[in-house]
Write a new protein. Structure first.
Length: 279
């Protein structure tokens, strides 16, 4: 079994060259299944975790300790590196972000991301100076812990306001503050992605794919180093569940259950997985 140090080293090495997909499980079962498919790293999804807890996607509403328990469970379940969507750090002030980042690294993760969104509708983004201070605090916390955790910084403005110039300004500042990888959700065209990759080189860039449109090879050709899917896998599962449940509730029909994965297939997978772990 790989050690935490092995997983952290492997995750950092994945960012050195090429392009890899880091899909996002929302619970232990989905993590074990994705790992079985051969993905070399996995990442949490704050939205997927929140929906499973019956909450909206906001680190103002998800208790920090509940998210840390979720992170611990997935980190313990994964033989491959785990990256954590750690929201805005579950705190407002840089010192508190740093303390929470230390708690997250203590869970045995290989990477984590800090974003500049606040979850406050009146002021949805941290100011640039405040956001940079939080990234710098996260970097200090990781270094002080003596870990090799990969720090990703997320700029959320493009998803909200389509302001590429400001996103690039923020991402460059985050890189200077110590971020290892940069991420701007919402990039939708080849031109936008290429501009971000070019502006931040040689730092690796993560691109979020939440719907059909690109292939892995197309993104690799644009210079993207890491591809995540965010809450898309969780929402795909929710779509099948909601469709079948609504049909039962509204029409008294069970046709939607025909698409269910056979019990024997899932049960067999988890029995085999348990045996592989020697449990």
């Amino acid at each position: 079994m790989p050690t935490i140090a092995d997983k952290r080293r492997a995750f950092r090495n994945l960012h050195e060259s090429g392009c890899f997909v880091v899909p996002n499980p929302w619970d232990v079962g989905s993590a074990r299944y994705l790992q079985h498919l051969g993905f070399r790293a996995l990442a949490t999804t704050s939205a997927g975790a929140a929906f499973a807890m019956g909450l909206p996607d906001s680190d103002r509403l998800i208790p920090r300790d509940a998210m840390l328990a979720h992170v611990h469970a997935l980190a313990d379940a994964c033989d491959v590196p785990l990256n954590v969507d750690f929201g805005s750090g579950y705190a407002r002030e840089p010192a508190d972000v740093a303390a929470n980042v230390r708690l997250c690294t203590d869970a045995g993760v290989a990477g984590l991301s800090i974003e500049d969104a606040t979850g406050d509708h009146a002021a949805p983004l941290r100011s640039l100076d405040h956001a940079v201070a939080c990234v710098r605090a996260a970097r200090r916390a990781i270094d002080a812990a003596g870990t090799d955790v990969v720090l990703t910084a997320r700029a959320e403005r493009f998803a909200a306001r389509q302001d590429l110039d400001d996103v690039l300004r923020r991402l460059r500042a985050f890189a200077d503050a110590g971020a290892d990888c940069l991420f701007a959700p919402g990039l939708a065209t080849r031109e936008q992605i290429a501009a971000v990759v070019r502006a931040l080189a040689p730092k690796p860039v993560n691109v979020l794919v939440g719907a059909p449109g690109f292939t892995v090879q197309e993104l690799a050709d644009l210079g993207v180093r890491r591809i995540s899917v965010g809450s898309a896998l969780a929402r795909t599962a929710w779509a099948g569940f909601a469709r079948a449940a609504r049909e039962i509730a509204d029409a008294g029909r069970f046709d939607g259950l025909a698409a269910a994965m056979p019990h024997a297939a899932l049960d067999g997978f988890f029995r085999d997985d348990l045996a592989r772990r020697g449990a």
